[in-house]
Design a protein around this ligand. Structure first.
Ligand SMILES: [Zn+2]
Length: 258
């Protein structure tokens, strides 16, 4: 178990078989980037902190304090939850908990696959673990991220969407805090088929109406949308702007909110 500090990490969507109810459930894995700081234990005499140096999938995560990292639950739409300070997958069907170690291989596989499609995005918020088990990727895994959507963008809303030919998908709406630009990104996939995912992303103009037009051109209907961080004033403000923009563009209120 290592102590970990990271602003270099990724939530990786995946599916897994719940061992409690046997149903296939949606979840997220956690992948740490090379800039993650890792220590085998820090004391006054021993302050030995290393960079992880490569990508690693989290197999176990104990948070440092009761208030820390609660936003991961909102960011994962409740699929990742803390139980006695341990981060666990929560089944959407039965609520049963599964350890992250069970999905680490899938998280790695999806991360490499979607990373190559530029579908993964660095979350860039500080997370801290007082104890983490990390499975490192093979040496030489190089993934080129964040070109389609720049590093100044933060995810402010996440939800579900639909496209007639692609089926059900997930959508993220991002805000560039510096420029005030909105962007969106969608992923579609069939249940049980990890290979069926694809991605589409586009940076809109300042106006949310432009983003809504782009979604309409791509024939993407929003079915639900939730604010990533209800406690964050900027995030909440951005989310309200998005919902107001959607309503002004003809979305029904209950379709704009989850
Ligand atoms: Zn279950």
């Amino acid at each position: 178990m290592s102590e970990v500090w990271s602003m270099d990490w990724y939530l990786v969507p995946l599916q897994y078989d719940c061992r409690h109810c046997g149903t296939q459930a949606d979840g997220y894995g956690l992948v740490l980037g090379p800039n993650t700081q890792v220590s085998q234990g820090t004391t006054a005499e021993n302050w030995d902190v290393d960079r992880l140096g490569t990508y690693g999938a989290v197999c176990g995560w104990k948070r440092a304090g009761p208030q820390r990292c609660e936003f991961i639950t909102a960011m994962s739409e409740g699929r990742l939850r803390f139980t006695k300070d341990e981060l666990l997958l929560a089944c959407e069907h039965c609520g049963g908990r599964t350890g992250l170690g069970a999905v680490a291989p899938t998280a790695m596989e999806n991360f490499v696959q979607w990373g190559s499609l530029r579908a993964m995005r660095n979350e860039r918020r500080m997370i801290v673990a007082k104890g983490a088990d990390i499975a490192k990727f093979h040496d030489g895994t190089v993934i080129d991220f964040d070109r389609a959507i720049g590093p100044s963008f933060a995810v402010v809303a996440r939800g579900a969407c639909h496209n007639d030919s692609r089926g059900q998908g997930r959508i993220e709406i991002l805000l560039d805090l510096a420029a005030g630009h909105y962007a969106w990104s969608t992923m579609f996939g069939n249940r049980g088929s990890q290979k069926a995912w694809s991605t589409l992303s586009a940076v809109s103009g300042r106006q949310i109406a432009t983003m809504v037009e782009q979604l309409a051109l791509a024939e993407i209907d929003l079915t639900s949308l939730g604010c990533i961080d209800d406690a964050g004033p900027v995030c909440r403000f951005a989310f309200e702007q998005i919902v107001n923009g959607l309503m002004a563009s003809g979305y029904a209120c209950d379709a704009g909110r989850s």
